[in-house]
Ligand binder design. Structure first.
Ligand code: SAH
Length: 434
């Protein structure tokens, strides 16, 4: 299995393209890629055409997908059936029936879901969200690669293992050439079609350096590129966009200004949110969200976090449990439990039914089966770490983040899991609207 399936161009008008995948139509934009014609095969990610694929190569790949594509769909349909909601007038059944019909849930209803503790009720919530995901978005699950290139950071975020004040970690940064060769390995050897380039806030890289990194990765790898480099100036983001970056991964961390200020002595909440709005206006796909389990955070704050991500036009919802990191002021904080993260995933699905919800690495740490359960609770997106080993080991935002498992083994276990639950590790883009 690979992470994208080529599609065939069925029509093009003013840079808008309709692409066919075994009879399904999706839409994408050409994003400045010239020379495309009806009948060409292309890869598209998140609604952007990222490159043309030679016809013979496309035919070969499509041959491997032909049977698998429909088999996975059937498997997903089988495993995502609507749960049986008793017509007993109970509050939970009423809320879930409304959620299943994409009804807007009130804060009171959302809080009631978040505070559910009985296992069988949590299961009903997850099944309802999973069924909604299946009906609206089918079985595609995007699998992005994340490439971490520096753990040097000037910020002092109270929870983060790479905060500037932590003198107990080994600081490393990759050169531009090293970043490029890691990106080439991820795309050519391992087949990733979307990459996220992430780092601490490391002033060693000038704006010119970041622009060059984006330009060279885009040029050499033909991928959809997200940047995750923290708070750089709008001008720097503007230049990275021009150089080919199309997504920005930047969490606002919490919608609660008071909590934010306590945890980020060197950063301003309003400015961070304002930057996110500017990035959205520049055309970036926004991946954002918050940390769950922050001291003083309430369920109401978390609902506000989801609404804030929605108001920022998030293309990807990325919400992560706080994993207490040693040598940080929050070393003794309490980890949220998996059930809280599963309910959160479902609640995001209810608030924004057609969203892309990432199962974060930190969530996966909560329990061996957390990834599968999250995908069964409404999640539909994964990220695998494609960072070279020495850098990966040094990039410890929180303990246990770094997997000792090789990338090829991670890919194998991910594709095995996706196959077993009927998800296709493809990202076909938005459904075509005629
Ligand atoms: N500097 C960049 C990206 C690096 S940090 C930025 O500011 O966006 C990436 C993310 O790691 C942060 O947004 C934060 O949400 C998460 N993170 C940091 N420490 C964590 C911890 N202890 N537990 C869980 N997530 C953490």
């Amino acid at each position: 299995m690979c992470y994208a399936m080529p599609g065939v161009i069925e029509s093009i008008r003013d840079g808008h393209v309709s692409i066919g995948y075994f009879g399904q139509r999706r839409e994408a934009i050409t994003d400045g890629l010239d020379g495309l014609s009806v009948g060409d095969y292309v890869y598209s990610q998140n609604g952007f055409i990222i490159r043309k694929v030679p016809a013979d190569e496309a035919h070969k790949i499509l041959e491997t997908w032909r049977d698998l594509f429909s088999h996975l769909k059937e498997e997903d349909s089988r495993q995502s059936e609507k749960p049986h909601l008793a017509n007993d007038g109970s509050k939970l059944s009423r809320i879930l029936l409304k959620a299943a019909n994409c009804g807007a849930l009130s804060d009171d209803e959302l809080l009631s879901l978040m505070s559910t503790t009985a296992d069988h009720e949590i299961e009903l919530i997850c099944q309802t969200a999973n069924n909604l995901r299946h009906r609206l978005l089918d079985n595609s699950c995007c699998v992005h690669g994340i490439l971490e290139f520096s753990n040097v950071c000037k910020q002092g975020c109270m929870y983060c293992g790479i905060r500037a004040a932590n003198t107990n970690i080994n600081r490393l940064r990759l050169s531009i050439d090293e970043i490029l060769s890691a990106a080439i390995a991820a795309t050519e050897r391992y087949g990733f079609k979307t990459l996220v380039l992430q780092s601490g806030e490391d002033g060693h890289y000038s704006d010119d350096d970041l622009v060059e990194i984006v330009r060279r990765v885009r040029e050499k790898c033909g991928v959809l590129l997200f940047v995750s480099v923290g708070e750089r100036s709008p001008e720097c983001y503007e230049r990275m966009y021009k150089a080919g970056a199309r997504g920005a991964l930047l969490r606002f961390e919490t919608s609660n200004r008071r909590i934010y200020e306590t945890l980020h002595p060197d950063s301003n909440h309003e400015e961070r949110i304002d930057l996110l709005r500017k990035l959205s206006r520049m055309g970036y796909l926004i991946a954002t969200g918050s940390l769950i389990g922050l001291p003083g955070q309430s369920a109401k704050d978390i609902i506000e976090d989801i609404r804030l991500a929605k108001s920022l036009n998030a293309e990807m919802y990325t919400f992560s449990p706080l994993i207490p990191a040693p040598d940080t002021p929050l070393a003794n904080a309490q980890r949220p439990n998996l059930n809280d993260m599963l309910k959160l995933t479902s609640v995001i699905r209810f608030i924004v039914p057609n969203s892309r919800i990432l199962v974060t690495t930190a969530t996966e740490l909560l329990r061996g089966d957390a990834r599968e359960l999250s995908l069964r609770a409404g999640g539909n997106s994964l990220m695998l770490n494609v960072t070279p080993k020495a850098m990966r080991l040094a990039y410890e935002l929180y303990p246990g983040k770094t997997s000792a498992i090789s990338l090829s083994d991670q890919i194998q276990s991910t594709t095995d899991l996706l196959k077993s639950i009927g998800r296709a590790p493809t990202d076909l883009g938005r459904p075509y609207v005629a």
